[in-house]
Design a protein around this ligand. Sequence first.
Ligand code: SF4
Length: 356
Amino acid sequence: MVPRPQATRSTLRQNEARVLRTRMVSRTDRACKQPAFRPWLSVLAQPAPVDRIEQTFYPEVMAPPRYVETLCQSALNRVQGMPFRWSLNPYGGCRHGCGYCYARRYHEWHGLTAGDFDRVLFVKTNVAQVLRRELGRRSWRRESVALGTATDPYQPAEGRYRLTRACLEAFRDYASPVGITTKGTLIVRDLDVLRDLDSLVEVHISVITLDSALAWRLEPGAPAPARRLAAVERLAAAGVACSVFIAPVLPGLTDGEQALRELFRACAQAGARAVHVMPLRLQGSVKPYFLARLQAEFPHLVAAYRRGYAQGSEAPAEYRQRLRERVTVAKVLAGLAAPPPRPAGPRPGQQLALPE
Ligand code: SF4
């Protein structure tokens, strides 16, 4: 394992946020696919001005991000094939830098690569004003909006842009329901607004492992797992409806029987109302990108992943079934579910192997 470097003054200087004060207009995320909406490509070659120091969670050395400030003409995105019909993303790209992130491929809409997802970040500086306009329409039916589906709304940039907070204030003022998904512990800053939203808000904190060293290798820019669970505890204690997403579960890395049981128990102890689990999916360009990260960090697993995901983006059905059984037991032991059907037999082994 690569030892975690210590934070130094020069590290912090490297991590000083850079902002490209590029003004451009994008109608929607979809509109950004058009070449006319890609003026930043040439700007990226220019030296970026040094801005204020950005809050970081791990004292690691990461390439400094570049921010492209944009103006959006619509804030709410209509979604199909998901459990929600509307989504909202104040940012594009994510500094948390999870190797497995399914949203990496959306950066291709901007003419960028999956690897640029944590290096070039888009900031919709007017998103809250536009959202207010949309929530104020007489035609708006107050359907629930999923906040943070293609980016983390509490990534470090939120510390200074405060766009997520401004959006939550809009949801509060228009009494419109919202669900937030995040790994960012910065969410506790907005406890006051979350309390005001009361039953209109539900928070989902994402935690895939309790092992902070493993998390650091998989999610190098995200807060440590213990800090995320502490955030769950703060939210639950404040009466905010809060659940945990163990998503994705990574075969051979985070699916150990004991590890899952301990994670479920920790979620229950923190006060999570529910825990939802989803196995890893590798769609489009995320597959080669993740396999390259795997090769660098966990080369012994590459062959199994290539086999397991050879037929598509889903883990094999047999693996998903065995994971479901393991999760069902872990849920019950943590007091988070009704008793499961009796398992067919003992399942030894710490991690689940992908089928041959
Ligand atoms: S925190 Fe979420 S949006 Fe950000 S990189 Fe990780 S998975 Fe992607």
